[in-house]
Structures are given as C-alpha cells and as structure tokens.
Design a protein around this ligand. Structure first.
Ligand code: PEP
Ligand code: MG
Length: 576
C-alpha cells in the first residue's frame, strides 16, 4: 500500500490515528419531470411538508443541544439556527414556488433549480464567511430532497468503533452541523473534509468537541479508500494515508504525549492560579450563551470575563430579543455562576458578526462602520432595553457591564447617561435591579492611546486584542488573504497592550485581556511580565494557561517582558 500525505488547513488540534470511514457522497439524485397544471397545489404541499419535517428535525437537534448541558456547543447551535433561517428564506421559497407554478417543474427539480440561483449569489459575495454559507444552503436543500424522496441521511446510522477497538476517522466531502451531531458521543476520533476553512462547520464543531480535524484537504474523499489507515495531524493540517510503521510509532508517541498532558491538566482544576512568587491571577471565561457557564465552571474558572451577548441578537431576521428574553438569558448566566462575577458585554454586532449571516452588510467597510457601541448609541431604544435587562440581572449576582469598540470619551459619557436613564425607567416601573460596575473594551488603537483619559470615567478596562490587532495592523480579521499579517507580536500591538496595562495599574483600575492573546499559552509569561493579573479566554484554554501561571515567577519576568516589547524581533526573545 502506498503511503501518501495530503495537506489542508489545521483547524482543531491533536493527533488522531484510525481507519477511514468514507461518508457517502452527499449529492442526492434528483428526478426531473413536468407536472400537470392541476398538480401544482399538491406539489407545493409536498414541498411544505418536507420543509416542516426538516425544520422539526433541526429544532429537535437544537433542543437536544440546549439540554445537553455542554455549552461549548453554542457555536453548533448557532449554525443550526442559520440552517433554520435558510429554510425559511423568502427568496428560496418564492423561487421554488415560481418554478413549480409557472414552469411546472416537479418539487425536487424546483428546489435544485432555485438552489442554483441563490448559490450563485453566495459565490459572488466578497466576504469569505458569507461565501461559505453556500454550503449551508446546499445542505438544507439536500435534507429537504432526502425527505421528499424518503431517503435516510448518509450518516443516519453512524458506525461504532470496530471490535478490535480501532479508532475511526471520518473522511467526507463536507459535513453539515446536523450530521455532525451524530458524532458528539465520540464515535469518531478525527475528521477530514475536502472543503471548508477555519469558519466551516467541521472546523467549528471539531474545535468545540476538541477532536483533531483537518479541512480543505482537496479530493481527500477520492484519494482515501474505505478502511485505509490514516493519521490526522491537527496541529500541522496534514493527513497521512497508509503510514509506515515508523510514522505510526512517531505519531502514536505524539498522541500519547497529548493525552498525558490533558490528563495532567485536569489535576490542576482546583489549584488556585497563583504564581511562584505568590501573585494571584484571575482566569476568567469568555462565554456566548448562558449554558456556557457549565463548561466554564468545569475547568475551575473564577468568573465570566466576557459574555458576548450578540449571539442573542444574531440570526433572527431583524427581530431583536425583548427585555424579558434578555433578562432571562443574563439572569441564567449570573445564577449559573453561583455568585462569581459575570461581565456582560453590550451587543457587538456588525463587521464579522452581522445581525443576519445570510444578509451581506451593504456598507463598503463594515469593520469601520456602525458596529458595537456606535450601533447601540444610534438605536437608543434597543440599547436602553439591553441596559435595563442587564441591570435587572444584576439583582441576582455580581455583574459588570462592558462596552465594545469605544473610541471617544464622549461615548463613555453617553453610556453613563443611558445607564442613568435605564435606572430611571426601572424606578418608574418599580422594577428591582442591582449595582453594576462599568468597563470599556480597549480594542481600537485610539482607545489604547487615550486610555489615560478614559480611566477616570470607568471602573475597569478589558483589552480586546482581536480587534486591536485588526485595527492597528489594518488587516481584516475575516479576510484569509491577509491572515498571514495578523501578528499579536507586532511591536505596535505589544506597545499598546503594555501601555494599557501600565496605565490601568497606575490608575488603580482593574485591567484584563479578553481577546485570543489571553488564551495563547505562548504569551502567558509575557502578559504576566507586563503586569497583567486578569485573563479571560475560551474555557478550553483555562487549564493550559493556569499551568503556565503556576510555573511563573512574575518578578523574573518584568525586565524580560519590557525587552520583548522594545525588541524589533519579539518572537525570537519569546522562544528563548
Ligand atoms: C476582541 O476584539 O479581542 C474581543 C474579545 O472581542 P470580539 O472577538 O468579540 O470582537
Ligand atoms: Mg472585539
């Protein structure tokens, strides 16, 4: 058997070794025929029934997720939401109706004809995230076709690991989030797909399940044969087919090392995050849904440093959550943390987080447009609703409010005014609410440079390095063609992070980092050396970062950290 290697994108870390299971090519064969004019209403009724069945299926899956208690599935739930929305998309429905009633196409033909029309529009979109949503559309249409034809999902009967206990690796052209749910109980040790990028379903789901995966391995599903032995190197983005005994031994070792590492990490779950020189470090979680508090607590977090509330607002066809719905979500997060603090960020939609995924942001440059606090201040009724909901949730525990994308001092002043107004409205109603501390995100270079002016007006600051890097280096976060320029270690970025930490400490105000830099273990020592004592990150990163904290002596890191910031080659110093 020939050994060969295929390359793709590394999207979920770790090594998986197992037998390949090829998911059947997913396209459904579609019959094309004309119906008689009097059959139009029956044909439309068939389509409606198929659509309702798929909607029921997806809703059941989503419901199952919500009750799974596994908050890391939040992104997966959001994807199901996108599918549900696409099914109800007017353009799809109207188009299909047109093909059936005007052209007398049969239901299946009408569906695929309209799919082509809409898919072409997706192809023309500039935003890679939105372009990838074409695959979502194809998947929902395919599900409807299967229902129309009474065919089961190709993965409805997921295999079980072989009797010899050999692991299985799934190789597919693409996988829908609904199909992937069949694997959440650990049937597959790894995933490989022909298509997709970092924001594809396979990538997102594999990361949230912490399963090694490589996506965008062109033609993998054609090159790999059923039952081939394969190795997935999720760190390097490589798929090795029919490995040599030497490769097997090497990767087997790497895999065991990873397991030992993970096992070791669980042992420090309840160890306080204190450095060798006795500095207590706050390791907080970033969450997206109230249910995410569970996995956050499971790794021993001491609070939520960033609750991204936009997930409540997105994908609802413009229908925004009302005060009760928001209050309910915030209260659940606050109660879920059992007295530990929860920092709720006001809605940050726009740019990479549009209100509706399938609707392209019409603005020329959405990252510089009406997003985050700018949008909130432009929609005072919406903003006041959110502030009232947060204030009411604060009656149930410790709550901080965090404002995204602040660039001007007057925006902070306006937020204070709005907060006072929200309290007044609640007083007027006799509603119960609690105290909140107000903080701003430092994620626009202007805010980093003017942070000393902002500090007297806020209770704390939190550095959003994801956007800070985007804006400092002028690179679109979601544009793959400039992804190689995205550099947390650029001297300008380090300078701003270092200055913000220093300024906040001088002013005696708490400062934390809640962008990806906080969860990057290669940067933990640097941030500690710069004086950072509060880190907020995806819950999966909390234990690896804690391990770094436990091994660090901040006294020894200070001078070195200043050297790194001043260096023209910080990366070299970091390794050394
Ligand atoms: C950031 O910009 O670093 C951040 C934490 O916010 P988001 O990633 O949600 O924009
Ligand atoms: Mg941000």
């Amino acid at each position: 058997m020939t050994t060969f290697t295929l390359h793709g994108q590394a999207v979920s870390r770790g090594v998986a070794i197992g037998r390949a299971v090829l998911a059947a090519a997913s396209r459904v064969d579609v019959a094309h025929y004309f119906i008689a004019p009097e059959q139009v209403s029956d044909e439309m009724a068939r389509l409606r029934r198929a659509r309702d069945t798929v909607i029921d299926d997806l809703q059941r899956l989503r419901h199952g997720l919500a009750h799974d208690g596994v908050g890391a599935h939040a992104e997966l739930a959001a994807l199901l939401e996108v599918h549900l929305m696409l099914l109800q998309d007017e353009q799809l429905q109207e188009g299909v109706k047109h093909w059936v009633s005007e052209r007398h196409y049969n239901a299946e033909w009408a569906l695929t004809a309209q799919l082509e029309v809409v898919a072409r529009q997706f192809d023309e979109m500039e935003d890679p995230y939105l372009r990838e949503r074409r695959a979502d559309l194809e998947q929902v249409v395919e599900r409807m076709l299967r229902v129309l034809q009474g065919a089961p999902s190709p993965l409805a009967h997921a295999p079980t690991p072989s009797a010899e206990g050999e692991a299985l690796v799934l190789v597919a052209h693409d996988l829908s989030p609904a199909d992937m749910l069949h694997f959440k109980h650990g049937v597959f040790a790894g995933f490989v797909t022909d298509v997709g990028g970092r924001t594809s379903h396979t990538a997102i789901v594999a990361r949230s399940l912490e399963i090694p995966a490589v996506v965008g391995v062109r033609n993998a599903s054609q090159w790999v044969q059923q039952d081939d032995l394969v190795i997935i190197d999720g760190d390097a983005g490589v798929l090795i087919v029919n490995p040599t005994p030497m490769m097997l031994a090497e990767y087997g070792y790497k895999q065991r090392q990873g397991e030992v590492e993970r096992e070791k990490l669980t042992r420090i779950k309840n160890t306080p995050a204190v450095t060798l020189d006795g500095q207590r470090i706050e390791l907080l979680a970033n969450i997206e849904l109230p249910e995410d508090t569970l996995p956050a607590l499971a790794v021993g977090t001491v609070g939520v440093g960033l609750f991204r509330t936009e997930f409540l607002f997105m994908g609802r066809g413009g229908h925004l959550p009302d005060e009760e719905e928001q209050y309910d979500a915030y209260r659940r997060a606050v109660e879920g943390m059992h007295g530990l603090p929860v920092t709720i960020r006001t809605v940050d939609v726009g740019a990479d987080k549009p209100l509706d995924h399938h609707r392209r942001d019409e603005h020329l440059n959405p990252a510089l447009g009406l997003r985050a606090i700018r949008w909130s201040l432009a929609e005072p009724a919406m903003f006041l609703t959110q502030l009232r909901a947060i204030l009411r949730a604060a009656a149930h525990g410790r709550v901080n409010i965090l404002i995204p994308m602040v660039a001007h001092l007057r925006e902070i002043r306006q937020v204070h005014t709005m907060l006072a107004k929200a309290r007044e409205q609640l007083d007027h109603r006799g509603a119960v609410y609690g105290p909140v501390r107000l903080g701003v995100m430092i994620e626009v270079p202007a805010a980093a440079l003017a942070v000393r002016m902002f500090l007297p007006h806020v209770d704390f600051v939190s550095i959003g390095t994801n956007d800070l890097i985007q804006y400092a280096l002028a690179i679109d976060r979601v544009d793959e063609s400039v992804a190689h320029l995205y550099d947390p270690l650029h001297p300008a970025v380090l300078r701003m992070v270092a200055d913000t930490i220093a300024a906040a400490r001088e002013a005696g105000k708490p400062v934390s980092v809640c962008g990806e830099m906080a969860g990057d273990v290669t940067l933990t020592r640097l941030l500690l050396g710069l004086g950072l004592r509060s880190f907020s990150m995806h819950p999966t990163q909390i234990l690896p970062v804690k391990q770094q904290v436990l091994r660090s002596d901040t006294r020894k890191l200070q001078a070195w950290a200043q050297q790194v910031v001043a260096s023209d080659e910080p990366a070299a110093l970091l390794v050394g």
